[in-house]
Design a protein around this ligand. Structure first.
Ligand code: ATP
Length: 216
């Protein structure tokens, strides 16, 4: 039987409940065999974070510990080049059976940025795309993206058929939480309890992360 695998890539600097609830709710709703959180090593579109890739990975591992449907995949940290989603999808796809279904989860902001990604128009050759709402994002899709949506969208995410090729919007509890907000609160010496799992908070405190940073 075809397996159903989801992927949520990100900087996870740090991982927060917006990522985790979305991942869990989508995994349950879509009946995924597993949903992999894939921290990026050197994000191609952003400045290198001050917190190391290993620390971001450790926080994601702590966050999903004991949650069977959620896994951490560290392949982007094993690579000595920028983390292009194209390469990641190609590599994951290479490990799956041809009929297996792959779903790439993208928050609305990330989806709107898609046209700047390496070989973005070929991503659907590897996977379906599930777009997550982000109540705090005010991004607008470009014309190229609107054309792609017109050609490839499917209203019901549960009707996505075959290994990949279509786009669907999926509802999840709207949580206007961002890693930027978490970093800013910590930089101001304020609490981020309940915005990140307790184990992640304990790690942040033990490692002294984000306290002196002023990045946004
Ligand atoms: P930053 O504030 O540093 O930009 P972020 O909170 O957007 O970080 P990322 O690691 O960049 O987190 O996000 C990884 C993926 O998760 C992206 O596709 C992003 O759109 C999605 N995502 C992040 N936060 C949420 C949220 N609150 N709800 C839904 N999707 C989210």
């Amino acid at each position: 039987m075809a397996r159903r695998i989801g992927i949520l890539g990100g900087t996870f600097n740090p991982v927060h409940i917006g990522h985790l609830r979305a991942a869990l709710e989508v995994a349950e709703y879509m009946g995924l065999d597993e949903l992999r959180l894939i921290p990026s090593a050197r994000p191609p579109h952003r400045q290198a974070p001050l917190v190391s890739a290993e620390q971001r990975l450790a926080m994601v591992e702590l966050a999903v510990a004991g949650e069977a449907q959620l896994r951490v995949d560290d392949r982007e940290l094993q690579r000595d080049k920028p983390s292009f989603t194209y390469d990641t999808l190609e590599s994951v796809r290479g490990e799956l059976a041809v009929e297996d279904q792959l779903f790439l989860l993208l928050g609305w902001d990330a989806f709107c940025g898609l046209p700047s990604w390496y070989r973005w128009q070929e991503l659907l050759e590897f996977c379906h795309i599930l777009v997550l709402q982000r109540p705090d994002a005010d991004s607008e899709p470009s014309e190229a993206l609107r054309d792609l949506l017109a050609a490839r969208s499917e209203n019901d995410p549960l009707s996505l058929a075959g290994p990949g090729g279509q786009i669907s919007f999926i509802w999840q509890t709207p949580l206007a939480v961002s890693a930027t907000q978490v970093r800013q609160l910590l930089a101001q010496g304020r609490s981020v309890r309940y915005l990140v799992p307790d184990a992640v908070l304990a790690y942040i405190q033990a490692q002294g992360l984000y306290s002196g940073q002023t990045d946004s």
